[in-house]
Design a protein around this ligand. Structure first.
Ligand code: ATP
Ligand code: MG
Length: 325
């Protein structure tokens, strides 16, 4: 049975501004803010959370199914996904819409100014797992998407008793305390970073203990301090890996999730899944863009063992990869 990832699939426009935004923001003129920054480099990358996570899972030999809505400009992106060995038959093209698009400029201090255009992603709410014949999924990952679609998928998974992993990430800002209180309980996994966990706590009024009791496994990422996996009474501290350089601060969270779930699907214990995620996060940091990193399963295992020490269970990752490739 397949691993289904619902969430955004988007074009990312990554621009570099060779100055500092702060030098041009006049606090006394905020009422008539009007700024244009001349970028000296721009790249267009394949992005969106669902595609980012699927991409890293695929590097580790898994074949997740992406369920998403895109626009009529999706042709070259679809061909790129297929060239990576990913299925695209559940990526639905919406007539008259453009694919969701993320525009971000980064300055010399790594400060960022961004816009995200929803486009075709706004139609995701009209496509259920049942409509698409996906109710037999072994796990459904609900990642940032049209907020109504996210809530629909959580409700549908609960109603049909499909195990789901909930990764609301940046969309927590768009979900109310009521939405979160209705969608989180019963999740097999809840994933967030520290700031997002604090937002969930403040919106729901739940303590960390109360959140832990409502989900099977809580994965909390802590940037360069690693991550913690809470499962029942266990609290597993997972160290970070060490990047050789940091090219681009974005993408670590998605790559971590891709690594974590690829390892989980291969049957690895949670502590190992966390370390696989940590190393995937570092690969993403070492490259500009969220789907620019690349490795073979053997290269990955060598680097994992050089960093974290020998791990016999990684043979399962190699076996899973050999099955699908
Ligand atoms: N500077 C770093 N050095 C080493 N590992 C890192 C670093 N930043 C992130 N990671 C790894 O990636 C994981 C996820 O990162 P983080 O907690 O920053 O997620 P996030 O805030 O969701 O990031 P994103 O901006 O990609 O959404 C961390 O648990 C860690 O393993
Ligand atoms: Mg994140």
């Amino acid at each position: 049975m397949s691993f289904v990832i619902t969430g955004s699939v988007a074009y990312d426009y990554l621009m570099r501004y060779p100055g500092r935004f702060r030098d041009h923001i006049l606090p006394e003129n905020l009422d008539s803010l009007s700024l244009s920054f001349l970028a000296d480099s721009m790249r267009r990358e394949q992005g969106g959370v669902a595609a980012n996570i699927a991409y890293t899972m695929r590097l580790l030999g898994e074949s997740p199914v992406i369920l998403a809505t895109v626009g009529t400009d999706f042709g070259d992106y679809r061909r790129w996904l297929e060239a990576q060995g990913l299925r695209t038959d559940q990526i639905i093209e919406i007539a008259g819409e453009l694919t969701a698009t993320f525009f971000v400029s980064t300055d010399l201090d790594h400060n960022q100014i961004a816009n995200f255009y929803t486009g075709a992603m706004g139609h995701a709410r009209h496509y259920s797992l049942a409509d698409r014949g996906l109710t037999g999924a072994s796990l459904v990952l609900i990642s940032p998407n049209d907020p109504v679609a996210m809530l629909n998928y959580a409700q549908e998974c609960k109603r049909l008793q499909i195990p789901f992993a909930y990764d609301p990430s940046q969309q927590i800002a768009r979900l109310s305390g009521e939405d979160l209180s209705a969608s989180i309980p019963g999740a097999a996994y809840l994933l967030c970073n520290e700031y997002e966990l604090a937002m969930v706590q403040s919106k729901t009024g739940w303590t960390l203990e109360e959140i832990r009791r409502r989900v099977e496994t809580l994965v909390l990422t802590l940037g360069k301090r690693g991550s913690v996996i809470y499962h029942g009474d266990q609290e597993i501290a997972v160290p970070a890996a060490t990047p050789e350089r940091i090219d681009d601060p974005t993408g670590a969270g998605d790559a971590y999730r891709g690594g974590f779930f690829a390892a989980r699907m291969a049957g690895l214990p949670l502590a190992v899944c966390g370390k696989v995620g940590a190393l995937c996060g570092v690969y993403a940091l070492e490259h500009t863009g969220t789907t620019a990193h690349r490795f073979t399963v053997d290269e990955f295992i060598r680097r994992y063992e050089a960093h974290f020490g020998p791990e016999a269970s990684l043979a399962k990752l190699r076996a899973a990869a050999a099955l699908v490739s």
